[in-house]
Write a protein that binds this ligand. Structure first.
Ligand code: SF4
Length: 358
């Protein structure tokens, strides 16, 4: 959008002003009964984690109470890359993964000897759903001279036919590494992250699968411009699953961990954040004196598919976590042959990450 098209917020129509303001005023409402019930489940979960020699690994996008519980019981709150690594390094018999299904599957592939439970098996991801293994396999077979690089947000079947698995923390570096070797790349499934990688590396030598994250795709460029005008002292932190036009307005584009680090280390006191709201727990914990504002999505309620809340991450709660631990339900099982094949690109991801961090 050209500079002349930018509207100051106090010049906006009243409805637009209300939309921006609504993002600043959102407060969850809870009754005393539901708080007591929640506390009772939490108490039992703490006991069961000990009894089962289990460890809770939670993603940054899950309910802050689950994140807090993971921290307080010796577990981990992290992005999908660190979640994957952590499972391989801890001595627990059972990993309880609060996140979405591909995270549980990744944990099982990397730790076949461990029991992997999830609060719910229904928590999936629009990127995973939008990239069925059979269709993707056909696409890859049609381009046999390409190296296949997939995002971690994919099924075991997709990982099993891929050369590399990456997360947003290392996606640009891995593709650059391959392009430097003269390789052509198939990238799947997130087209926004794919376009960001192309722009960052100045290449068109990538075939992109047409998938998207329903949460990050909702962030709106024009409304973000308006919010920047309302808060000219704020830096914009954005996850690369957001549309390129949003990323172009960002001061920092990075994985969830990179966003948290930027908020802690940068000089600004105020940040507009374009990723799932669950991350606010860690942002506030890491930079308690700073102010965080959610980047605007397309609207509220029925007009917004996610309102910066991943519906699948939101399926994890204290109650279903309790029942999963109590009964051993929602266990992740992976076909051994597929798991063996998917392990190869996953191990490459962990080795690449280890090399680049030394
Ligand atoms: S936030 Fe997006 S990418 Fe992450 S699990 Fe939800 S739908 Fe998938």
């Amino acid at each position: 959008m050209a500079e002349s098209e930018v509207t100051r917020t106090d010049e906006l129509p009243a409805a637009d002003r209300e939309t921006v303001k609504a993002w600043l005023d959102r407060v969850p409402v809870e009754s005393e009964d539901s708080r007591a019930r929640h506390a009772a489940f939490e108490h039992k979960v703490r006991q069961l984690l000990q009894q089962r020699n289990a460890i809770l690994v939670a993603h940054y996008y899950t309910d802050p109470d689950l994140q807090k519980l993971a921290e307080e019981t010796g577990g981990l709150v992290a992005d999908s890359l660190e979640m994957a690594r952590f499972g391989t390094q801890c001595s627990a018999d059972t990993l309880v993964v609060a996140g979405v299904r591909f995270m549980g599957e990744t944990a099982k592939i990397l730790n076949p000897e461990k029991t992997v439970l999830m609060p719910t098996l229904e928590a999936t991801c629009s990127l995973d759903i939008g990239c069925p293994a059979e269709e993707f396999s056909k696409f890859c077979r049609a381009h046999p001279d390409h190296e296949v690089v997939v995002y971690a947000n994919t099924s075991v079947g997709v990982k099993a036919i891929s050369d590399w698995v990456v997360t947003s923390a290392i996606a640009v570096d891995v593709v650059e590494h391959l392009l430097d070797q003269g390789k052509k790349v198939i990238w799947a499934p997130d087209k926004h992250l794919g376009r960001y990688i192309q722009q960052k590396l100045g290449t068109q030598d990538m075939l992109l699968w047409d998938g998207a994250c329903i949460v990050h795709e909702e962030f709106k460029t024009r409304a973000l411009l308006q919010m920047k005008h309302l808060h000219p002292d704020a830096a914009v932190l954005a996850h690369p699953e957001s549309p390129l036009s949003v990323l172009e307005l960002a001061d920092v584009v990075g994985s969830t961990t990179q966003i948290i680090n930027a908020a802690r280390n940068r000089a600004e006191q105020k940040f507009i954040v374009a990723t799932d709201q669950g991350i606010f727990y860690k942002l506030q914990q890491n930079a308690p004196d700073k102010e965080f504002i959610m980047a605007p999505t397309s609207g509220e309620g029925a007009t917004c598919r996610s309102c910066a809340n991943c519906p699948w991450m939101g399926m994890n709660n204290m109650e279903n976590l309790y029942y999963s631990l109590l009964k051993g339900t929602n266990e992740i099982l992976v076909d051994p042959e597929l798991g063996r094949r998917a392990l190869v690109p996953l191990q490459k991801m962990l080795q690449f990450r280890d090399k680049s961090s030394t």
